[in-house]
Design a protein around this ligand. Structure first.
Ligand code: HEM
Length: 269
């Protein structure tokens, strides 16, 4: 097979229309490696390992709420939890924290907010189906003047745009720098490549690329571990208990910072 340096045509289905009705190329949608490199350069540092580790502190806040909610709603009540949905709400809220410094609030609400879980599922289904017919998608959704006239902004893009508009209120100077602050800095530094409209696109890519994927992986890990016949569940459980013991006995150096994690209410057998 000849390598062309271009991703396949199905990636047009990943293109969004901007609020100004322009087709936007983004990290995930562009087929062209040169465009990809140009789009990636200004935000490369935002996805670098050192900065990803910094986002962990932002995640911890959501992990804390996740455990609190599971404890009060299900453990304390002896009720069954739909863990698949809760893990997706957790993933969504984590993306909110690391991208906008704002937990979207799925966990506290205990339900879908603004139909985002529904929209994400529909979006993924659309990519899977129309990815097989990218020419049809390109013609009807992106290029056709009639479709463009009545075009509705993608719900994930609109949701991201709204949170960007409120970002200044969310930012806590004491907390690690989030993705939007890094994207905004890139607009200043690379004005020829980055525009404020593109910040919306980068943020929407995080929301759509990061929430469903993370939820699926978490579900899979938990499912596999719980159903493991080789005793790995016990091994993992002991490892977690070891961590919790170390944390509650103040031996924090062995693990990342755990202040703020809601482990104090957990009983270690
Ligand atoms: C376990 C969870 C995840 C999995 C399995 C996953 C998987 C992937 C895959 C396979 C791609 C390449 C897609 C393609 O080119 O067709 C990708 C790209 C991407 N993902 Fe993830 N992802 C995960 C989590 C995340 C998270 C949490 C974020 C955001 C915070 C994120 C943001 C992105 C972005 C921005 C791209 C485009 C990168 C580029 O092309 O330069 N992903 N992901």
């Amino acid at each position: 097979m000849e390598l062309t340096g271009r991703k396949g045509h199905l990636y047009v289905t990943h293109q969004f229309m901007s609020e100004k009705n322009e087709v936007m190329h983004n990290l995930s949608s562009t087929q062209d490696e040169t465009i990809h490199a140009a789009l990636r350069r200004p935000v490369n540092h935002a996805y670098a390992l050192t900065n990803l580790l910094g986002y962990e502190k932002l995640m911890d806040r959501t992990t804390d709420v996740f455990f609190q909610q599971l404890n009060t709603r299900f453990v304390a009540m002896g009720a069954e939890a739909d863990l698949a949905t809760w893990l997706q709400m957790y993933a969504f809220d984590v993306i909110g924290e690391i991208t906008f410094s704002k937990r979207f609030g799925f966990l506290e609400a205990g339900r879908d907010i603004e139909d985002m879980l529904k929209h994400t599922a529909a979006h993924m289904e659309y990519l899977g189906t129309m990815g097989q017919l990218p020419d049809v998608d390109e013609y009807f959704r992106l290029r056709n003047w009639l479709a463009r006239k009545f075009h509705k902004v993608n719900a994930i893009v609109a949701f991201s745009a709204r949170h960007i508009a409120q970002h200044a209120q969310y930012v806590d100077p004491e907390s690690p720098v989030d993705f939007i602050s890094r994207f905004d800095a890139a607009v200043e530094k690379y004005p020829n490549v980055m525009t404020p409209a593109q910040v919306i696109d980068y943020a929407a890519t995080n929301v759509s690329a990061g929430s469903d994927t993370t939820a699926i992986i978490l579900r899979e890990i938990i499912f596999r571990v719980m159903n493991d016949q080789q005793g790995r569940y016990k091994v993992l459980q002991n490892e977690i208990k070891d961590v919790l013991r170390a944390r509650t006995s103040g031996d924090f150096d062995r693990y990342s910072d755990v202040s703020g994690l809601g482990v104090s209410g957990l009983v270690i057998e």
